[in-house]
Write a protein that binds this ligand. Sequence first.
Ligand SMILES: *[C@@H]1O[C@H](CO)[C@@H](O)[C@H](O)[C@H]1NC(C)=O
Ligand SMILES: *[C@@H]1O[C@H](CO)[C@@H](O)[C@H](O)[C@H]1NC(C)=O
Ligand SMILES: *[C@@H]1O[C@H](CO)[C@@H](O)[C@H](O)[C@H]1NC(C)=O
Length: 160
Amino acid sequence: MMSGKKWGVALWLVAAAAAILTCAVSRLITVGDNPGWTPNVNYTDWASHQHLYVGDWLLFRFDKRYYNVVEVNKTNYEQCNEREFITNITKGGRDVFQVTEARPYYFISRGGYCYNGMKVTINVEASPPAPAPAPANSSPSKTSAQVVLSIVSAIAVYIW
Ligand SMILES: *[C@@H]1O[C@H](CO)[C@@H](O)[C@H](O)[C@H]1NC(C)=O
Ligand SMILES: *[C@@H]1O[C@H](CO)[C@@H](O)[C@H](O)[C@H]1NC(C)=O
Ligand SMILES: *[C@@H]1O[C@H](CO)[C@@H](O)[C@H](O)[C@H]1NC(C)=O
């Protein structure tokens, strides 16, 4: 039987491993790629080529003298209604936002720029497709999960 303390340590290790794994798979996606967050970019077109997953981060790069970014609901997105918003993401012009749910997210710039195309819908998916199985004769390379597990078991052996 493991003592209460050891269970605590075990739980901590599992949580740490989960945190490391989450970091390993979440990505930072620059909205709009090179032009960033600016008028006259077709973000519908941009978004149609993206796959965003729960846990990913969005990076909005923009000139904060003119533009900003807020999350709005669907109605206010469609109508470019900037009076109501859900989250103010604007800080310094290199601002990040983590998507935490599998659902559409709607972002606009206030200041009238929504009408100039500064609006984007991002459909967040639950999880990335499973990686293709490695060919049988390929050299063994560890996945990040295996690396984390071996670190965790090494620590566990040391503690026990
Ligand atoms: C933006 O791109 C989408 C998809 O490619 C297209 O259907 C739409 O007409 C474009 N919008 C504008 C304003 O060009
Ligand atoms: C969005 O919020 C507005 C109020 O700001 C509300 O009238 C509208 O019904 C909401 N739309 C959705 C899709 O929730
Ligand atoms: C959003 O936050 C920024 C930075 O704190 C602030 O300057 C701006 O006024 C805020 N916008 C709104 C609409 O609250």
